[in-house]
Design a protein around this ligand. Structure first.
Ligand SMILES: C[S@@+](CC[C@H](N)C(=O)[O-])C[C@H]1O[C@@H](n2cnc3c(N)ncnc32)[C@H](O)[C@@H]1O
Length: 233
């Protein structure tokens, strides 16, 4: 790769893991891809064509194996859910679960969330954005790979509807502090628990990475931000 090419390449917040795909995940990827996966295009999604019902949309970024997303979609049939993930075995697992439960309010985009957020959703359109246990990139020289960055926070804020929420969780204390620093500096977002405070009793299902962190003795930090309502005209 030439110097100019490597300079142009965006910094990614993920590496594609080679993790094993089980037989049932492989079958789901083969048989149900078109039922659940929306092919990424750098164009606005027509949500009326994506979901059978017109309903508030929650987007989960980096859903991993999809346990939390599946549970939320099952528990809230009157809402729509869209997951963004690049790890294909996780997409297969999620589709299996959705198929068994007959869910029609759940879709997936298998692409970089930064590009999806930038191109696929209109301003002021999303009810909720969720980022649970993103890769902490704990070495200092890797910090730029963290998905929570000022520019991304401002992009997410622009896509939320006024009053919509951004919920984040991490099991890595320094990443929690980094999230607070970035998000408290985003003028369009307000901390629902008071400036600089974590959300002590978060409403969300437990995730696979959270369970792993628990086994390793990690703590958990949740944050909830809301987009300011528009002032009366
Ligand atoms: C540490 S895992 C956590 C998974 C899940 N949220 C959980 O708590 O079990 C982070 C996930 O985010 C995904 N990810 C990271 N950056 C991403 C991006 N820019 N676009 C889509 N997925 C991304 C990774 O593939 C990985 O599966």
């Amino acid at each position: 790769m030439s110097d100019s090419e490597s300079k142009k390449r965006p910094i990614r917040s993920y590496v594609i893991r080679s993790g094993r795909t089980t037989e049932s995940q492989r079958k789901a990827l083969e048989q149900h891809w078109d039922d659940y996966v929306i092919a990424y295009q750098p164009d606005l999604l027509e949500l009326g064509r994506v979901f059978p019902q017109d309903a508030p949309l929650t987007v989960e970024i980096g859903f991993g194996m999809g346990d939390s997303l599946l549970q939320m979609a099952e528990d809230n049939p009157a809402q729509n859910f869209l997951g963004i993930e690049v790890h294909r075995p996780g997409v297969g697992k999620l589709m299996n679960g959705a198929e068994v439960r007959g869910l029609t309010n759940l879709k997936v985009i298998c692409h970089d969330a930064t590009e999806v957020m930038k191109h696929c959703f209109a301003s002021d359109s999303l009810e909720r954005v969720l980022i649970f246990f993103p890769d902490p990139w704990h070495k200092k020289r890797h910090h730029k790979r963290r998905i929570v960055q000022p520019e991304f926070a401002s992009l997410l804020a622009s896509r939320l509807r006024p009053g919509g929420s951004l919920h984040l969780a991490t099991d890595w204390e320094q990443y929690a502090e980094h999230m607070v620093e970035v998000l408290e500096n985003e003028p369009a977002l307000l901390n629902a628990n008071g400036r600089g405070n974590f959300w002590l009793n978060p409403e969300r299902p437990q995730t696979k990475f959270e369970r792993r962190g628990e086994r390793l003795g990690h703590g958990v930090w949740d944050l909830l931000y809301r987009k300011a309502e528009k002032a009366d005209q």
